[in-house]
Design a protein around this ligand. Sequence first.
Ligand SMILES: [Zn+2]
Length: 264
Amino acid sequence: MSIISNHIILFIIVVIAAISGYKVRSLTLSGTFATIIVGLAILLAFGAKGLFLIGTFFVTSSFWSKYRADKKKSMEDKIKKSGARDAVQVFANGGASALFSMLYLLFQENFLLYMFITSLATANSDTWASEIGSISKRKPIHVLSLNRVDAGTSGAMSLLGTFSALCGAFLIGIISDYLWNEVTFQVGLAIGMVGFIGNLFDTILGATVQVTYTCPNCGLITEKTNHCGQSTIYKSGYRFLNNDTVNFLSIVLGSLLILLFSTI
Ligand SMILES: [Zn+2]
């Protein structure tokens, strides 16, 4: 089969996967289009291997977000957007991967492949940490103050969430070792480690500079700009650093770190 017809079949798979995400309400309509764009960039650069890797992120994070969804209700209250992902959230998590894919397409350098994989390792680590960590029975601790805080608070870390973050990052690293000859076992492990560190960036940025609001009605500290049917009041952090920009920044930071590892 020619590479062209092969790519057309893979593109149809991307579209079907994105529409399925819409059907099961993992994606909004804008999120569905964004997923197709990210999928296309990855398909052009890395073919079936790249799609398999982002598919792993897509399928496992959808699975964990549905897992014990009833238990996560009170946490969802704190987080600005929950449930179905829109275009902004898709690009926050997958935009860096799409960017590194396009760069790889242009320059064909191994380090761009490593950055692509690391961006997915960080995204997967972050998603597993928050989705699995939120069902932890014990209250998490704050990454900086070490005080116990409510689950879902920015900067919250639980033992279960941290363990999940490690598993999520190393899964991507190890799968990549199987998929690409260019990814040795050592590089796969380095990607797992750096993906986990990228997730730590996310937690620390969330605890320090990310914007928070207070609900004037119920007093909840939240990332939401609206709560109890009214506008929330700015409390702390930089307004442009919401959950999505912090996600994107930590993925880029994680992906830059792999450059240090891969030159050692
Ligand atoms: Zn409220």
